[in-house]
Design a protein around this ligand. Structure first.
Ligand SMILES: [Zn+2]
Ligand SMILES: [Zn+2]
Length: 165
């Protein structure tokens, strides 16, 4: 979606509402397609006393294997964009200003890059995911496996020795 902002820039105290969705299901990242549902966004461009600002909220659902147990899990995330819009940069580069020389805002491009930049670095099926047993590989969220973990894993011992130095 391309927003024509000429009327907004020309009219003090005007407002243009934005609402839409973007299909990002073809984004292939983390060995999968984590954005299965359309990304939703809504907000407005507002001209307040000749200062034009963009407020946009982006909601996306991230689906990927849990970092600890590997079970496929979905979690909703939100990104808020709160920036000024200007037709040129008077001073040096600023990351609080989006420059729109022709007063056209490519909303889809903006949403796309914001979502990519804000993909979660940590993804758990639940906050207290117990993960997998290091011995038998059982998913410990489903219950105890009964392994005796007091006898240390020789591989972990080696790692511990390395970390000691
Ligand atoms: Zn998990
Ligand atoms: Zn076990």
């Amino acid at each position: 979606m391309t927003l024509d902002l000429r009327r907004i820039f020309a009219t003090d105290n005007s407002k243009l509402s934005i609402e839409g969705s973007l299909d990002m299901s073809d984004v292939d990242i983390y060995a999968g397609f984590p954005l299965k549902k359309p990304v939703r966004y809504y907000g407005a461009v507002v001209n307040e006393s000749s200062v034009v600002t963009l407020n946009l909220k982006i909601d996306f659902e991230f689906t990927a294997p849990c970092d600890r147990c590997g079970v496929l899990a979905s979690e909703c995330h939100s990104v808020t964009i709160d920036k000024s819009l200007a037709t040129s940069l008077e001073r040096q580069e600023s990351d609080t200003i989006i420059v729109v020389p022709d007063m056209q805002l490519e909303v889809d491009e903006l949403v796309y890059s914001e979502v990519i930049l804000n993909l979660p670095s940590k993804h758990l099926c639940r906050e207290d995911c117990k993960g997998l047993c290091i011995k038998c590989g059982k998913n410990l969220n489903e219950g105890e496996c009964g392994c005796d973990l007091s006898e240390p894993d020789p591989r972990l011992e080696k790692l511990r020795d390395l970390l000691k130095d």
